[in-house]
Design a protein around this ligand. Sequence first.
Ligand SMILES: Cc1cc2nc3c(=O)[nH]c(=O)nc-3n(C[C@H](O)[C@H](O)[C@H](O)COP(=O)(O)O)c2cc1C
Ligand code: SF4
Length: 712
Amino acid sequence: MAGRHTGPIFDSAHRHPAIREYPAMRDPRYDILFEPVPLGPVTARNRFFQVPHCNGMGHHHPTAHAHMRGVKAEGGWAVVCTEEVEIHPSSEVSPYIEGRLWDDADIPALARMTEKIHEHGSLAGIEPCHNGIHGANMYTRETGMAVGHLPVGTYDPVQVRRMDADDILALRRWHRAAVRRSLEAGFDVVYVYAAHGLNTIGQFLSRKYNLRTDGYGGSLENRARLLREMLEDTLDEVDGRAAVACRITVDELVGADGIDRPDIEGVLGLVGELPDVWDFVVGEWENDSSTSRFAPEAVHEEYVRGLKALTSKPVVGVGRFTSPDTMVRMVRDGVLDMIGAARPSIADPFLPRKIEEGRLEDIRECIGCNICVSGDGTISPIRCTQNPSMGEEWRRGWHPEVMRPKTSDASVLVVGAGPAGLEAAMALGKRGHRVVLAEATQALGGRVAREARLPGLAEWIRVLDYRRGQLDRLPDVEIAYDSRLTAEEVLEYGFDHVAVATGCRWRADGVGRWHLRPIELEGIQILTPDDVMAGAEPEGGRVVVYDDDHYYLGGVVAEALARSGHAVTFVTPAARVSEWTVNTLEQVRIQRRMLEAGIEIVPSRAVDGASAGAVRTSCVYTSEVEEHAADALVLVTSRLPDDGVAADLVARAGEWEAAGLTSVRAVGDALCPGTIAAAVWDGRRYAEQLGEPLDADGVPFLREIAGPSPDG
Ligand SMILES: Cc1cc2nc3c(=O)[nH]c(=O)nc-3n(C[C@H](O)[C@H](O)[C@H](O)COP(=O)(O)O)c2cc1C
Ligand code: SF4
């Protein structure tokens, strides 16, 4: 059992070997953030609390998961938690990959994580979970159960059955067993999870789900009965060996139909003194993890403010906190005792340590894009736009702060200062290489700088801000502006390696997912997102935006055009706008915002062609044709790499030796257009791999392979 942790903020014995020792130069106004906080029987060494977050690794990739959490502890988070952890086969959320603690066989994987967290003097927290109406049990096929007879929360054709008194006793038994196993795995903080509408305890508490008429339904006291019982069971089971945390929704944002202010105040009146620490969230996951397109930092303050006064126990809260000043205000104003963070800890696992060491300019601020969340929805290991090492800590040995030292004195020319070029130049510079970053224009940032000017995407400029700040302090990296280079010039410069990060351009011929060949477009103004971002205006008032890309840009461009006074018709072959943004928890909000902006939405239709004054679409099911009056057509369909310099250099491979050139590689969107996260990641990969032995035919990373169990 790991007990109190009251040692130094950063235990130098457990520092990453390559991390520089900084003199402690913390600004005294942030001292308050580094005060220890007692959590019942254990003590957090500071106020930084990494709240539970899933990661697409969970029980499938336990070693990768353990290392990811270990890096957070190394970065100074006093408490580092798991994601929701399934406690019984009768309630699981496959295919989504969460934690799992069904029996003793699951303990070693979680113990690996607590070891990694303890190595750096942090507390390890676990969030046992019974999913109630969200347990479709696609893997176990067990019959799910919940507060009432209800369909599951997904569209899986499955219902859960109403729990009776015996089922409630069984759930309490399973939770207790999970708590016992959590202690065996070494956890110091054990949650009772009642938030987000994603679990049985929260669903019992909420008028939205609970229509029972027995002792667990009706009055607040009855609805809170299961919560009280589970808290008491957990306290009894841990018996002072770990802290008990309770994560709860303080407002379901549906008024009196769900948990509202009077309700939560009543709950705190009933059980406010039971857990050792409260963790408050607002709404469902979509509200809690709002993107920056829809919510600023600290958006939930108004809902949480005042609740701390109703309990003597410490309070954790979230709000995509990246500003140390906001954090201090939360504590000084008595809103929170601990700064909860999921995304800020993903974008910068070393955020606490940077504040501690007075290195605010090194903080890699979360941009609020929710690419991290998409790992859950797409059932793949977590990734982050700002932090390309997220999820790669173990399998590729990447660290958020430390680059492996260079293995040669090779010099590198990086052509193009978009996200991939910036990341490659920065990472190469940190490895110790001499780098020139050549940018064709007078501004850094490439697509990030352009897209950040679109409605709602302003915070995305942080991708540039962080890297520009780092590059400014790297002595061997030089930035050359106004340098649109040709292959001829590149060969003359005599660099050992050239990375071509010149980005991509949107196609203007309609080719995308639906049309694999160009379509007929005549007599009408055709624009692409590149044109709109460059300031081109549709020539008339009526614009059709055709989105066959399905991520954010089509919706954002439509919103921008509607804001500038155009009558916008949004056509998409998908059934919903910005379909992929279900994975970033934004789809409903995007569609609502577009409807509110008066944009006409035409789903399930593809643009087949256009002529003067009209755009022709056809139904994706019946092929039935329609014409839409329009003066201009904006095509958001697919992109082509701008890889001309790379292609020219490859064509002149015979001249490389004389020029001293060893390698040329396109990087990021210039290699293959994708997300900003993918471009940043590829820039990092380029820098990591330069000069390292590579097996082009092998698996490029470590992986965990489930071995066959004894057969028979
Ligand atoms: C990728 C991701 C996964 C999450 N998974 C969980 C989870 O398993 N359990 C939970 O209680 N909250 C989960 N959350 C919600 C976070 O704990 C947090 O409350 C929310 O993101 C707001 O905090 P932030 O603004 O600091 O990200 C998740 C959030 C993210 C970004
Ligand atoms: S993926 Fe985006 S939202 Fe998530 S932590 Fe990284 S920058 Fe923040």
